[in-house]
Design a binder for this molecule. Structure first.
Ligand code: SF4
Ligand code: MG
Length: 335
């Protein structure tokens, strides 16, 4: 598959009263055409900041891209002017946020909100835009789209509002869709419906998706590949099967242990003890070392390199060094 997006050595920092917060510290990632890449990790791991950098939505100040390239179809987005980036946003790349209520305008009918992008980016006439809007509402599974176009967001349920948000995001047939916790605010049955919808739409439109989530259940449902972030770095990547069934990084083990089991008896979730590193003063070595049950002296002093386990899986952990003691993953991660 061709690469649609290539992120190379991305560093993003925020200036705060407490000093420079290094939110993203050397991220390399690519997304192929038609692929769903999930970025998982706890809050503060840098996953949302990475996706905002792709959208050109890092507020400057206090934020800035310090280093790196974000190549979209070969063009470096970090070099584009704000105006050029506005043209990319909503047309080539669009975004679905967590809370549909804050991403919709309460004073405008949903029809108008979908039409806006179509008129601005696709240069459709009002009547063409209206016609396409009704089709889009139908596509995302909203009944009676003819009537619904004239209604306001508060007249929709949470799940239906998220469908509207998806319709807005898809209006201009973007090549890349970034979904940041797209189902977190919804209840479980609605979550499943929205995930099904996203999967179907992706098949139909072959859009590439970056899915940002802390919920590994969502990942299993939707993604092809997974990147696990911790402390502003990617610590493990692989296909969904590799990361779920053959994870090699102790942080990935912890994440999987804290996931509700599909078949297990235990409903108890094992949270990872401790808290994420302070990125205004990031650890010199492995960022997970203060919380890792297997940490060795070398972990505290030096960041491990990636070990390539397969063509698709790599992991940054000293346990993969041949001199390290053999450690088995805990039994709690069985899916
Ligand atoms: Fe744990 Fe060391 Fe691996 Fe980091 S490098 S995850 S501290 S074993
Ligand atoms: Mg976030």
């Amino acid at each position: 598959m061709d690469k649609l997006l290539e992120i190379k050595d991305l560093h993003v920092s925020f200036d705060t009263y407490g000093g420079e917060v290094k939110a993203v510290r050397g991220v390399n990632l690519d997304v192929k055409k038609g692929e769903t890449l999930a970025i998982v990790g706890e809050s503060g791991s840098g996953k949302s900041v990475t996706s905002k950098a792709v959208m050109g939505l890092i507020p400057n100040p206090p934020g800035r891209i310090k280093q790196g390239e974000i190549l979209f179809n070969g063009k470096d987005l970090t070099k584009l002017s704000d105006r050029k980036m506005q043209g990319v946003r909503g047309k080539d790349i669009s975004m679905i946020f967590q809370d549909p209520m804050t991403s919709l305008n309460p004073t405008m009918t949903v029809g108008k909100q979908i039409m806006e992008g179509l008129i601005k980016h696709q240069k459709l006439s009002r009547s063409e835009a209206r016609e396409r809007t009704v089709k889009l509402l139908d596509l995302v599974g909203i009944p009676n789209p003819d009537k619904r176009v004239k209604q306001y967001p508060h007249q929709f349920s949470g799940g239906m509002r998220q469908r509207v948000v998806i319709a807005i995001a898809l209006a201009c047939n973007p090549m890349l869709l970034i979904a940041d916790e797209p189902t977190t605010a919804l209840d479980v049955t609605i979550q499943a419906q929205i995930l099904d919808l996203m999967r179907d739409l992706q098949k139909q439109m072959s859009t590439s998706i970056i899915l940002i989530t802390h919920d590994l259940g969502v990942v299993a449902n939707l993604a092809h590949r997974v990147a696990v972030m911790y402390g502003g770095k990617i610590i493990e990547t692989g296909t969904v099967d590799e990361v779920f069934y053959k994870p090699k990084h102790p942080y990935t083990w912890g994440l999987l242990s804290s996931m509700p089991k599909l078949h297990g008896k235990s409903e108890e979730l094992l949270a990872i003890p401790g808290s994420p590193p302070d990125l205004s003063n990031p650890p010199k070595g492995c960022p997970f070392a203060p919380r890792c049950p297997h940490a060795m002296q070398v972990c505290i002093e030096h960041m491990p390199d990636y070990t390539e386990l397969t063509d698709t899986q790599k992991s940054a952990c000293w346990l993969l060094d041949e001199r390290a003691p053999k450690v088995e993953p805990p039994e709690t991660i069985g899916v």
